[in-house]
Design a binder for this molecule. Structure first.
Ligand code: AMP
Length: 271
């Protein structure tokens, strides 16, 4: 496994390869990331993992400065998972000018739900993902369903900008109690973990109720009774991320909110 630091190093290392699987991450790797890496390993000759805490997707006052950093441990995880290359750039390698060409997330789908509470977040996500795609030039890129709106928007970017990359969606990995794994879970106290567990409980409840109740507002009411977090939104969306009032086939139920000062998101899909 080789650690690469600059876009030029990546280009040189990957020259001539045409079966590259790419897993972009912000590091502090856990089993969720590992599941993406394993899928990439199974489907490609070369696996590239990037570790970059991207400043442009954090809003003023968010946790950019304190975002968990565990590079040593991340390197070990990648080595064990048989990753070929880790790309760990500096901010100045990825952003070379202050006045650069920008990518805008779509005005509607990029500014509802996560985009409503984190306006501009997806502009930054799409900007960095496009840069990384252009550096690594993967045939396939792996993203978790945990960040469902991000996954949707990346698929849309690939389509809208005619990128020749297959986006592979990977299932959410949870701990044995149902908590969706997240690098941000390391911020939680033991008591907050208990409160955070109410998120997956509320989602499971929504899935159960949806077999008999189709009215989204009625299901939301029941979810709010079990949620022990400071809810920002509960939303039901179709596969195109259109908000729904009535449950239909393949509806995704999303929750976002705060447990103490930690913001968590999760979702489940009704099949
Ligand atoms: P992050 O490092 O949080 O930016 O995440 C990098 C990638 O891992 C994204 O595509 C996430 O959706 C994915 N991911 C994060 N947590 C999980 C999880 N619990 N299960 C599956 N994928 C995940």
């Amino acid at each position: 496994m080789t650690i690469l630091h600059t876009p030029q190093e990546v280009r040189e290392a990957l020259k001539g390869h045409s079966n590259i699987g790419f897993v972009p991450t912000m590091g502090a790797l856990h089993q969720g990331h590992l599941s993406l890496i394993q899928k990439a390993r199974a489907q490609n000759d070369i696996v590239v993992v990037s570790i970059f805490v991207n400043p442009t997707q954090f809003l003023e006052g968010e946790d950019f400065d304190k975002y968990p950093k565990k590079l040593e441990a991340d390197i070990k995880i990648c080595k064990v998972a048989n990753v070929d290359y880790i790309f760990v750039p500096n901010i100045s390698d990825m952003y070379t000018t202050l006045d650069e060409v920008l990518i805008k997330a779509p005005k509607v789908k990029g500014y509802i739900l996560e985009g409503h509470f984190r306006p501009g977040h997806f502009d930054g996500v799409l900007q960095i993902v496009l840069k990384l795609f252009n550096i690594v030039k993967p045939q396939r890129a792996y993203f978790g369903k945990k960040d469902a709106q991000q996954l949707y928007l990346i698929k849309q970017m690939v389509k809208d900008l005619f990128l020749d990359i297959e986006i592979v969606a990977c299932d959410i990995v949870r701990d044995k109690n149902g908590l969706a794994l997240s690098s941000r879970n390391s911020y939680l106290s033991a008591q907050e973990i208990q409160q955070a567990l109410s998120i997956s409980k509320a989602l499971k409840l929504a899935l159960q109720l949806s077999t008999t109740i189709k009215d989204v507002n009625k299901i939301k009411e029941e979810m709010l009774k079990v949620l022990q977090i400071d809810v920002q939104y509960i939303a039901f969306v179709d596969e195109e991320f259109n908000p729904l009032d009535t449950v239909q086939h393949k509806t995704t139920v999303l929750i976002a909110g705060y447990v103490g000062t930690t913001r968590l998101i999760d979702n489940m899909t009704i099949n």
